[in-house]
Ligand binder design. Structure first.
Ligand code: MN
Ligand code: MN
Length: 280
């Protein structure tokens, strides 16, 4: 199965309501510990097209037989502050067509830029943030753009009506304070009960940091935080969304830490399922 890869500039005319665009955002310079997630989009695509699995979602939608979703290739982000502006600009253009977008990170800093564009289209948004970490630092090691900070920026700018964080198991006192200040709904990994719904209605944006998973399932991340989700539990979280999934990202895949592409395949699994939800 091969699909055309087209640059984000060239396919705008075929995008429209009911269509899904997939874009890579190869930016990892806001990572605090290890680089590597910039390599992720290419490696996720390679795993998707390796021929080891078909393109059916678990709902039985054969993505291989449909022409209403498109991999647009990577955004050329550049670096520094300009990169975050560039991501927002590209995302705004894609969303203006009426299409929904799945972004492949990159480190988690990209989500702030993406949310600026998504919030402009969906003012009453709920974010389902699946992560080991709350990413609510006011600043981290001197940077307010760190991948440890995006949800502080998102809440300061009121880019979401609700932020629901699930899988958290690295909350410290500063971020607890930030969560209280912003009214974040935190479901820690310890409190998590499989199958219990989170009342995710209306437009829902899914931000999936792969370190939410237990490192046993997804070793290819920069920050191993044991005691996390199984792949099945995250799939069940996604299946439990009652509202409409209007956008999503998969971030923090670090191929330099992976074994036998197993985390790439986990990313591909969520890629397929999320495209399926975005097409609904
Ligand atoms: Mn994160
Ligand atoms: Mn994380």
């Amino acid at each position: 199965m091969t699909r055309d890869r087209l640059s984000p500039g060239t396919l705008l005319e075929v995008l429209g309501p009911g269509q899904v665009a997939v874009v890579g955002v190869p930016l990892d310079e806001n990572s605090s510990f290890l680089r590597g997630p910039a390599l992720a989009p290419a490696r996720i695509r390679a795993a998707l097209h390796a021929g080891s699995m078909n393109l059916c979602t678990e709902d039985g939608v054969d993505l291989g037989a449909r022409n209403d979703w498109h991999d647009l290739g990577d955004i050329e982000t550049g670096s520094g502050e300009a990169a975050l502006v560039e991501i927002e600009r590209h995302m705004t253009k894609l969303l203006a067509t009426g299409a929904r977008v799945l972004s492949l990170g990159g480190d988690h800093s990209i989500t702030h830029s993406i949310m600026r564009a998504v919030a402009a289209v969906h003012p009453r948004l709920t974010i389902l943030h699946i992560d080991a970490h709350p990413d609510l630092y006011d600043e981290f090691e001197g940077s307010r753009r760190s991948h440890a900070c995006p949800f502080a920026r998102i809440m300061e700018e009121r880019l979401a009506m609700r932020l629901v964080q699930v899988g958290i198991r690295a909350m410290n006192p500063h971020q607890r304070q930030q969560a209280d200040r912003f009214g974040v709904e935190v479901v820690s990994m310890r409190e998590y009960q499989p199958g219990k719904p989170f009342d995710l209605y209306g437009p829902v944006y899914v931000s999936l940091d792969l370190d939410a998973l237990d490192p046993a399932f997804a070793p290819g991340v920069s920050h191993h935080e044991p005691g996390g989700f199984s792949v099945r539990e995250v799939l069940q979280l996604l299946a439990g969304i009652e509202g409409t999934v209007v956008g999503a990202d998969i971030v923090e895949y670090n191929p330099t830490r992976d074994h036998a592409d197993m985390t790439a395949m986990v990313a591909v699994k969520f890629y397929k399922e999320l495209v399926g939800y975005l097409l609904r």
